[in-house]
Design a protein around this ligand. Structure first.
Ligand SMILES: *[C@@H]1O[C@H](CO)[C@@H](O)[C@H](O)[C@H]1NC(C)=O
Ligand SMILES: *[C@@H]1O[C@H](CO)[C@@H](O)[C@H](O)[C@H]1NC(C)=O
Length: 380
């Protein structure tokens, strides 16, 4: 026993200090992602045939790339760190997409709870899980047909060995503030999480074993919510964020973390990681200048100028006629100075910062280096 663990320690030492170990040694053959706009790489746009306009995508893809961002999302940086290609959306079918290393079921605007009739996205979490089931069945059918499709689809064991990532819940909370009181929203959180649990249990039943779950960010610091719910200064915290929204996000996160612990306890053969995105983002907004940003709350792409540069009538890149006058939500001159991209989503620069913090392992429960032998501490 002792000598075996000694050998493992030496191996770990070599691995950690080898000059090649600059990226995480996750060794996942594939990633399956579920969520909302925080990790949507083109699902909503493909799924409802909508369009994103420039300057979305300008800083990295040089064109709108299905992401509500000027560039890459957290999931893109994490895929990079895992040495895997960007995830293709499940619904994006044109151009010989490859799903060999995974598939993205996330769609902007999605909720955990079933979508209401006027929802931005019909692809709520239950639908995303159902899409995954369909995806898996088709992959297994195609694999039986021989090698022809291998380039495009995951291998059979990828479903068990793959990483299942989740970033969803923000829209359940943020959307509720338009029609419910804070108390009602806080009381509804267990219902949201029961639905989430149902979904991850279904995935477990299908063979998923590696779960990576992001909690929700400080919703009250999103420009859109400050513009709508923060006009009364007594509703704002010391950073200028809407207190009630952040209170809801924190309670959601406490209960989500408890769910992760419970789920881990019920499934000892699974690995469940909870990642505290809230703390990373709140710290970024509190200490933005230290991380090279100039504007913690104002949107880069928007309309209206100071202090928030946000107008809910005109989304980033669009032009609307308001009162007989054309107004356009334009990009700022340097989006890397902004934490917020379009009032609702983070800029690529902010996403890169958040990803670097995720990859320290410090915000995870359990922390990376501890009980997760395949997650070595990251040099960044
Ligand atoms: C901002 O940075 C300081 C110094 O590192 C730290 O003590 C503080 O907790 C940070 N603020 C937030 C909200 O995390
Ligand atoms: C539209 O124009 C009217 C009359 O000039 C003005 O009272 C109103 O505030 C304007 N509305 C907006 C949204 O600008």
């Amino acid at each position: 026993m002792a000598s075996k663990s000694f050998i493992l320690q030496i191996l770990a030492f070599i691995f950690i200090f080898s000059p090649l170990a600059h990226s995480i040694q996750f060794n996942f053959p594939a990633v399956f992602n579920f969520g909302d706009s925080n990790s949507d790489t083109g699902g909503l746009v493909a799924g409802i045939g909508d369009r994103l306009d420039p300057p979305n995508g300008q800083i990295f893809f040089k064109r709108p790339a299905g992401r509500f961002c000027d560039g890459r999302l957290i999931i893109d940086f994490l895929m990079d760190a895992m040495d895997l290609p960007f995830l293709n959306p499940y619904l994006d079918s044109i151009g010989a997409p490859t799903f060999r290393k995974g598939c993205n079921f996330a769609a902007a605007g999605s909720t955990v709870l079933p979508a209401s009739a006027n929802a931005v996205s019909p692809f709520s979490f239950g639908i995303q899980v159902a899409q995954f089931m369909r995806f898996k069945i088709r992959v297994l059918q195609l694999l039986e047909k021989g090698r022809k499709f291998q380039k495009y689809i995951p291998q059979e064991d990828s479903f068990q060995k793959g990483l299942y990532m989740f970033d969803i819940g923000q829209n359940d909370l943020a959307g509720a503030f338009y029609s419910k009181s804070l108390d009602q929203i806080l009381a509804s959180i267990p219902t949201i999480l029961v639905e989430f649990e149902t979904g991850i249990q279904e995935l477990y039943d299908q063979g998923a074993r590696n779960f990576w779950i992001h909690n929700t960010g400080p919703l009250g610091c999103l420009t859109q919510n400050i513009a709508k719910f923060g006009t009364d200064p007594s509703k704002l915290d010391e950073l200028g964020c809407v207190s009630g929204h952040n209170q809801a996000a924190r309670l959601f996160n406490l209960q989500l973390q408890a769910l992760c612990k419970k789920f881990q306890g019920q499934h000892p053969d699974a690995k469940v990681i909870h990642v505290d995105i809230y703390t990373i983002k709140y710290n970024l907004i509190a200490n933005y200048s230290r991380y090279g940003f100039e504007h913690p709350l104002m949107a880069c792409c928007g309309y209206g100028g100071l202090p928030l540069n946000y107008d809910s009538r005109v989304p980033c890149g669009k032009t609307k006629v308001v009162n007989g006058t054309e107004i356009t939500a334009k990009g700022c001159s340097d989006s890397t100075e902004y934490v917020n991209w379009d009032g609702i989503h983070y800029s690529e620069a902010a996403n890169q910062y958040v990803s670097s913090q995720i990859l320290t392992g410090k915000y995870s429960d359990p922390p990376f280096s501890d009980k997760m032998p395949f997650l070595l501490p990251l040099k960044f």
